[in-house]
Design a protein around this ligand. Sequence first.
Ligand SMILES: C[S@@+](CC[C@H](N)C(=O)[O-])C[C@H]1O[C@@H](n2cnc3c(N)ncnc32)[C@H](O)[C@@H]1O
Length: 163
Amino acid sequence: MNKEQCILDACCGGRTFWFNKNHPNTLYIDIEPRPKGICQERPNWCCEPDLVADFRKLDFPDKRFKHIVWDPPHLLKLQKTSIMRKKYGTLNAETWQSDLRMGFNELWRVLDDYGTLVFKWSEGSIPIKKILPLFKETPLYGHPTAKNGKTKWFIFMKILLLI
Ligand SMILES: C[S@@+](CC[C@H](N)C(=O)[O-])C[C@H]1O[C@@H](n2cnc3c(N)ncnc32)[C@H](O)[C@@H]1O
């Protein structure tokens, strides 16, 4: 990890939403590396994190990153053979609330003052109204209603002084 890597992708998976999938200022982490070949429709799909790490307990100092993007698994039940499960993982049915709470707290810890955290959620299994209350901070903006499809993006900023 070098000092220039001031951006953290906390759940990189196949880096699908990146315009540059090897952005030089970004550290890509994921808990479960997966090799090429697991996805028949997209044989080149793979999950090759720079670092295998768990967003619930990170080995980084406080305030290490200026920007974090967090796209955790959002589906509860998928068959083991399902391609969605292979590509995106699933939530643990027993622990998902504490996993997401711990994840938010840990990512907030490693976010620098005035840094931004972007959280992505898809309401396939759980509506966003059950997710945001797990977090100790309120987003600045995002999708306040369920009207615009299932995938939602929220932007948090680590502002120190509230006016
Ligand atoms: C929805 S997918 C991310 C997709 C990715 N953003 C993309 O563009 O392809 C969720 C990812 O989170 C990873 N993951 C699940 N639990 C994790 C954890 N505790 N720490 C880090 N990564 C985790 C999964 O392995 C999976 O690759």
